[in-house]
Each structure stands twice: as C-alpha cells, then as structure tokens.
Design a protein around this ligand. Structure first.
Ligand SMILES: [Fe+2]
Ligand SMILES: [Fe+2]
Length: 172
C-alpha cells in the first residue's frame, strides 16, 4: 500500500496503485503524486489577483449550485445506480467548492437548496448543460489566470467537468 496525494484538493488516497482520477475532486491521474512528492495547490498561500478572485467567486457559486442540484437529482433517481452516481457528483462539486474557499481564504457560504425535475432524462440533460457551462467557463478562467496555481486549478476542473459530461452521455 502507498499514500497518493492529489495536487488539486490535497486529499490522500491510500491504495496499491495510483487511481486513474482523484476519488475526491476527480482530477486526472497526472495530478496525483506519491506522498513525498506532492505539493497540493490548496496548501500554498498565494496572492490572488482581483480578476482571479472574481473568477473563483463565480466558480464557487457554480459548484455550490451544482452540489445542491445533484443532491436533488439523487433524491429523484429511479435506480440505486443513478442515486449513488448523483451523490458522488454532488460530493465532487462540494470538494471543488471547498478548494475555491481555501484558495480565496474565506469561510464556506451557506448552500441554498435547488429544484430539479421528477423526470430522469430531463435531469440528465440539465446536468450536461450545467457541466458544459462550467467547462467553457473554466477553460476561459484558466487562460485568464496570471497565478500558476489558479491556472492549474481551472485546468484540472475543466477536465473533471468535461469527464462528467462523458459520464452522463452514457445514460442517454
Ligand atoms: Fe483531488
Ligand atoms: Fe465542479
């Protein structure tokens, strides 16, 4: 067994092999390092520009909203698989929100409940819409960032949210 640490969320995964994606924030395997080598971006105190501050704030809002919507979708799911999948997505989005608050050095704001459809297909379509919006926005935010850690963060998130689109497409 070894300890692997995610460069994005800083969480440790203990296992026999490096996972293909971080089980907590979903970052792809190249962001996961063996314990000693890891320098997670959430642990580094950096000066954040006004622009990146605004972008992180917008990302935080999106992530919290996605978390609440996916919890709603989990509660409407017709099968255990879809319920469990949405609960996982909700946790991943909350992890992204936590990283935003750490990078900004602020407390976690209150999460407002969100509505969703009773219809599973509608919820899948809505999920793809949300993830496409996030992917496009984070691609832009990563280009805009002057701080390397913020660029790395948004690059990783772009990948994670676009992986979510692939996941949901399997169910359509
Ligand atoms: Fe992670
Ligand atoms: Fe996210």
């Amino acid at each position: 067994m070894k300890t692997y640490i995610c460069q994005i969320c800083g969480d440790a995964y203990v296992g026999h092999e490096k996972p293909s994606d971080c089980p907590f924030c979903g970052a792809p395997s190249h962001f996961i390092k063996e314990g000693k080598e890891a320098r997670p971006i959430v642990n580094e105190k950096i000066e954040i520009s006004e622009l990146s501050g605004r972008n992180l704030e917008e990302a935080l809002g999106l992530e919290l909203r996605a978390n609440a919507i996916y919890l709603c979708m989990a509660s409407k799911a017709k099968s255990y698989e879809i319920k469990a999948m949405y609960k996982r997505l909700a946790k991943v989005e909350m992890e992204h929100a936590v990283i935003c608050t750490k990078l900004m050095g602020i407390a976690m704001p209150k999460v407002e409940d969100q509505l969703c459809s009773e219809d599973e297909l509608e919820n899948f379509k809505k999920t793809i819409e949300l993830e496409e919006h996030a992917t496009n926005l984070y691609t832009w935010f990563s280009k805009e960032a002057i701080e390397i850690n913020i660029r790395v963060f948004f690059t990783a998130l772009t990948q994670v949210e676009s992986d979510h689109i692939e996941l949901i497409k399997n169910y359509l």
